[in-house]
Structure formats: C-alpha cells, structure tokens
Design a protein around this ligand. Sequence first.
Ligand SMILES: CC(=O)N[C@@H](CCC[C@H](N)C(=O)O)C(=O)O
Length: 382
Amino acid sequence: MTLSNNQLLEIYRHLHQYPELGLEEFKTHDFLNTVIGQMPQDFLTVKTVTQLPTAILVKVAGRDHSKRIGYRTDIDALPVTEETGLSFKSKHEGISHACGHDIHMTVALGVLSYFADHQPQYDLIFIFQPSEENHSGGMQLYQSGALDEWMPDEIYALHDNPQLPAGAIGCLNGTLFAGTCEIHADFYGKSGHAAYPHNANDMVVAASAFVMQIQSVVSRSVDPIQGGVVTLGHLTAGDTGNVIAGHAHIDGTIRALTQDNNRLMQQRVRSIAEGVALTYGCQVDLTLHQGGYLPVENNPAITADFIDYMSHQTDVNFIETKPAMTGEDFGYLISKIPGTMFWLGVDSPYSLHSEKMAPNTAAIEPGIRAITGYFEHRFNTI
Ligand SMILES: CC(=O)N[C@@H](CCC[C@H](N)C(=O)O)C(=O)O
C-alpha cells in the first residue's frame, strides 16, 4: 500500500528518535527493512551490501527492464545534542538528525511505497546509503560493486532546506553543492614554563599564525567571481594559562564549487602549514581528506527536464536556487552516474546542523508527490 500521511509521520518520528552515526546505522537499517517488508512485494527485490552492512538497495521491477532510474537517500545522523524541544526528540544521547536525513528517508519510503503499489514503466533503484556526513558512504557503496548489476542510467537525490518554504522544490541547472575537503593539522613544538618562552616553542603562537594566514587563501588566491571558503571550526592547544603549549590541533574544511579550485585551495593550505612550520621551527602533521565529497554537478539535460517539469506543475512550489557551499557525497555518485540533486524546503529558522533545526513535516507529502509525479513523467522522456 502507498503509505498514508499519518503512517509517514509515524515513520518520521520513529527515525527522528533513534538517530545513528555514519556506518553505525544498524537500528535504522532494521527499521527501514521492516517498513519495506510491509509494502507489497510483487515488484520489489531487496539487497543487502556485505561490505556496507547498513546499506539497503531496493529494485522496483518496471514493466520494461531496458532502463533504470536511481533514487538515493542518506540514513546517518550527526554528533549533535538535540535542543528542538520536540516531544519525540532523540533518545540517543549526543546524536540527532540535525541534517534532516530522517526527512530524506521518510520521503524515500513514501516514493518507494507508491511504486510498490503502482508498477513503474522502467526499473527504479532505491539506495538507502549510510554515512553521508563522514566516511564517504556514497563512494564506498559505489566502489563496493554492489550497485553494478543494478547500475542506474540516471540518479536523483534531495536534501532538505530550512530556508525554503515547507514542500517547495529547489534546484539549479549547474553545480548545486560545493566539493569539500577536511583539514586536520597538528603542530608539534616544545612545552615549557610560561616565564621562559626562549626555552620552549609555543604552538599557540604557531597555530594562531596558521589560522591568520589561512584567511588569505580565499581572499588572495581564488578568483573572486568563483569564490570558496575555508573554515577552521576546531582548535585546541595547551592545558592551562601558565604553561607554554607544545601541541596544537586544528580541524577545518575547504569548500569550492569546482574541483580545480578545491585542489588549488588544498595546495595553498598545505604551503601555509609547511611555511608556518618552517617559520616557527616546529613540526606539522597535515591531513587533507576529500574522499567522495566532490562538487555536486547536476547534469544539464536531465536537470533541464527536471526543472521544466517542476516549474510547470500547479501543485509544486518550484524555486530556482543558488549554489550552496554545503557538501554532499552525492557529488561522487553524480560524477559516475548523470543526475540531479535538488532541495526540499522544510522551513525552519535554524540552519542545517543546528541543535534546534526542526524540519516542518508538512514538507513530506508534497515532496513525495513531486518526486513520484516527476518519475512518472521521466519514464516518457528518458
Ligand atoms: C549537507 C551537509 O551539511 N553536508 C556536510 C557534508 C560533510 C562533508 C565533510 N565531512 C566535510 O566536513 O568536509 C557538510 O558539512 O556540508
């Protein structure tokens, strides 16, 4: 049966209460399997992935097997302590669906339940993918080969967007999300007494120099028309005020809309780290990790069809959006399989990853309607 609005809300609330971190989504996996198992099974084949045990792949057999459309949802949560005040808030201490993947999963189940009931023209492949926030789950899934026998001809995914009205569909024919690269830097010097700086090598000073010089990466090295961002969100050094710190640790992220600019910024961050080590006579251990977080480059022809469809539906509130500096490992999948990523508005005053972000669930039903409608249309244009 096609899941009703009440059933979808129940599903959403359950998923919201039991969030799990990337590659640990075992309860989520079991719950999704249970819901999928309650759908009519006539057209469904469910596959687990040995190398990625929390992933689920579902094929809905179409009337014609000559083409396949893929739809991916991510299933992991974030290490964020929820402060939404919702009555069904997270029961997992320190973990929450602050990025709204609970909405993504609910919408995917809604679309799947529709097609389990209404056989599609062509095969549909639903991908319930672990670890979008870290560990490049999309890349791991692709590289595991599990998708090979069901490789879609084109692929779609959504991300919820608190800044858009609930249920609105946002998209852009171009690069929707940035490519990201994690920065992890350790500076090693010599600790000592605060009174004897000449006998020590202060890593608070070295790390501070690194932080300040990083500010020139975007402002001096990146074409201002193209832009980019480097954020250093975490810095720790030392233990107390009267001891010179012998170690500092910094974590951050590089974001750019093109892979060329991402690489350029990685080179600049590396040069600055090495330059600071030379200047301050210390050691630096720098890790730059991009994994599968490539820019999300929407395919021009597929996205033109998607936007054309969405913008002509009287019951779809379509909004053309700008590129965002958020990252997504869907960037890897879309670099291998042409497709389109789009936003689903969830209307919240708080941003993605905020401990207060509570998506408006009124988005779920129009989101499912827009996607099922688009796939029915797409079967005639693919
Ligand atoms: C939509 C969203 O918020 N995605 C995350 C993706 C994380 C990428 C990676 N772990 C990194 O930090 O670079 C984001 O932070 O944009």
